[in-house]
Design a protein around this ligand. Structure first.
Ligand code: ZN
Length: 223
């Protein structure tokens, strides 16, 4: 089979044997793929300098006849985040890697838009970036309507099993109108100062929706 090339983001590296790595990538046109990077952990391997998360990558590989393909070349482009955002970026990648599993055609554009939110959002960049990922998985609805009965709600709503509900449809963690408006405004790129209590609550909403869908949260979202 002939070689394939695509734009890619590295989302996981797993040591294999004494010197190799199995690398998971989100690619623009091929979805999520796993490739063997032979000898990538050898000191002189050219892969050592290029196989990094949080960078634009262009990769080439030989697709496997039946099993895993083999990575043949990696070109590292620009860094997607500035150094101060690297830890948040790693958490975002970890969550994206759990949301978009192997064989999924999604992931590349979704994670890129998460990186954009992370770079541009001055308040709560990590929750905003994860929220952006969740929006794109289709798990989130409109913040002013009940996700079950669609009624428009002015006052408090409730977060129950990863859904925003009106008081008639369910109980759960209370989500004030102020928090709902703040989240919507933050996601539109407006400058909003979230109270500490609301910031904690937003992280808890994210933890609960991930849990509801069987996705392990990262440290920032554990209480
Ligand atoms: Zn309802």
């Amino acid at each position: 089979m002939s070689e394939a090339t695509d734009q890619a983001l590295l989302v996981r590296r797993i040591p294999y044997g004494d010197t190799s790595l199995i690398c998971h990538f989100f690619t623009e046109k091929h979805g999520r793929i796993a490739l063997m990077a032979r000898g990538a952990r050898r000191p002189k391997s050219s892969f050592r300098a290029t196989l990094e998360p949080l960078y634009e990558l262009q990769i080439s590989w030989h697709p496997g006849r039946s099993g895993m393909g083999t990575l043949t070349d990696v070109n590292r482009g620009r860094a997607l985040l500035n150094p101060a955002q690297v830890l948040d970026g790693q958490e975002l990648v970890a969550i994206a890697s759990r949301l978009f599993q192997e064989g999924d055609l999604h992931g590349f554009n979704e994670l890129n838009s998460g990186f954009e939110v992370l770079s541009s959002c001055s308040q709560q960049p990590l929750p905003a970036a994860v929220w952006k990922l969740l929006e794109q998985t289709g798990w989130l609805g409109d913040m002013s309507h009940c996700w079950l009965c669609s009624v428009h709600v002015e006052g408090s709503m409730y977060w129950s099993e990863g859904h925003l509900l009106c008081s008639a449809c369910g109980k759960g963690m209370e989500i004030s109108a102020g928090l709902r408006k703040s989240i919507a405004a933050l996601m539109h790129g407006e400058r909003v100062l979230l109270s500490e209590q609301n910031a904690v609550r937003w992280r808890e909403m994210i933890r609960l929706i991930l849990q509801q869908h069987g996705v392990k949260a990262t440290d920032s979202f554990k209480c």
